[in-house]
Ligand binder design. Structure first.
Ligand code: ADP
Ligand code: MG
Length: 349
């Protein structure tokens, strides 16, 4: 990481646009019979018979969403796919296809795009996704990535943000705050590197949180697990912006309030120790940090026995009537209104 690898570089002009697309996408395999025609014509053709079709898009801009000085391109490709798949899984659906559009400056060597596509390829292999198209163009202002994910579900399996009911339990998968703390470590190391480029950092102690930042996993497994447990969430959303703002989305869309218990928020021990080191409150990191790509959902109380004791899930609170508002019940038992910018408002409280 951080070093400038001085390997051979092939300029993009050498290949030409069509050669480039063939070169980058030639080795992708197709997995789904819903893919009638993938890359190679004017448009892809998909056939979902009687299933509902889901479409979700994200745009990632260098300097805003990612920093190439500490993001290996392979990880960036992988993460860009994960961010999109996560939105499909958050509907309780199966992700099946993606399109990938990229713009890079012509100073970008072929080898860099190969690395980027190797991350996309790994994601497609592991998550059984068909790459069915995209666009390739040049940019004067850094790298731009747009991925569209397509998925499918039976109508009755779909879960929206709008179905939470009072007394439902509020549940999260996995643990929170790791991606944000991983980013803090990477930013700090970048500053250290600027001062002394020969100082290669030892980041082993932070490997979990750095991986959470650089190589997140979309929770396909959770959607499958819920299906196997016979749990149909009443509402669901993926945690891309921090627990606090996602809970508020569920509450707003479902017309309900909630109580979230600070002492229930799942934190990995590495997150807690990194927070101590950086002198940041770990609850605030989980509430406002973002990029964890875990799932937040609500279930009917009657379904509690089905997930009780399952290490993949943590019940963090419950849904209330709308007029009770959305609150965090803090460790010292005070009731604090949840806000999307949990950070500042908690500092005041
Ligand atoms: P058009 O001129 O119609 O936009 P292109 O030459 O851009 O067609 O694309 C040719 C084929 O390659 C299409 O199937 C398109 O979806 C696919 N494609 C182009 N760029 C990419 C990319 N970056 N990743 C994956 N597929 C791509
Ligand atoms: Mg095109």
């Amino acid at each position: 990481m951080f070093e400038d690898k001085n390997q051979e570089k092939t300029s993009l002009e050498e290949l030409g646009e069509f050669g480039l697309i063939d070169h980058l996408t030639g080795n992708f395999k197709l997995h789904h019979k819903s893919t009638v025609k993938g890359i190679g014509d004017d448009a892809a053709v998909l056939d979902f018979a009687d299933r509902k079709v889901l479409v979700s898009t994200d745009l990632l801009i260098e300097g805003i969403h990612f920093d190439l000085s500490y993001t290996p391109l392979q990880h960036l490709g992988y993460k860009a796919v994960m961010v999109n798949l996560s939105d499909i899984y958050a509907m309780n659906a199966r992700a099946t296809q993606i399109t990938v559009s990229v713009a890079v400056s012509n100073r970008f060597p072929l080898e860099a795009l190969e690395e980027f596509y190797s991350g996309i390829s790994l994601a497609c292999e592991l998550y059984k996704i068909d790459l069915v198209g995209g666009d390739t163009t040049s940019s004067t202002t850094g790298m731009i990535i747009s991925i569209t994910a397509i998925g499918e579900a039976a109508k009755e399996d779909l879960v929206y943000r709008s179905g939470a009911k009072p007394n439902d339990l509020l549940v999260v998968s996995g643990d929170l705050g790791g991606a944000y703390m991983g980013l803090q470590v990477l930013k700090r190391e970048k500053e250290v590197f600027k001062v002394n480029p020969n100082n290669q950092p030892d980041l082993t102690a932070y490997s979990y949180i750095i991986e959470r930042q650089l190589k997140p996993e979309a929770r396909k497994d959770i959607v499958e697990l819920l299906m196997n447990l016979g749990i149909h969430p009443t509402s669901m959303i993926d945690i891309s912006d921090g627990l606090s703002s996602e809970i508020l989305h569920l509450c707003k869309n479902s017309n309900v309030g909630c109580n979230l218990y600070e002492d229930k928020i799942p934190l990995d021990p590495t997150v807690i120790s990194a927070c101590e080191e950086f002198n940041i409150d770990s609850s605030l990191v989980a509430l406002s940090g973002g990029e964890d790509y875990e799932l937040l959902f609500t279930i009917d109380q009657k379904k509690f026995p089905e997930l009780k004791g399952n290490p993949n899930f943590t019940v963090v609170g419950h849904i209330t009537e709308k007029n009770e508002g959305a609150h965090l019940i803090s460790r010292n038992n005070s009731k604090i209104p949840l806000t999307a910018q949990g950070w500042n408002s908690f500092a005041k409280a």
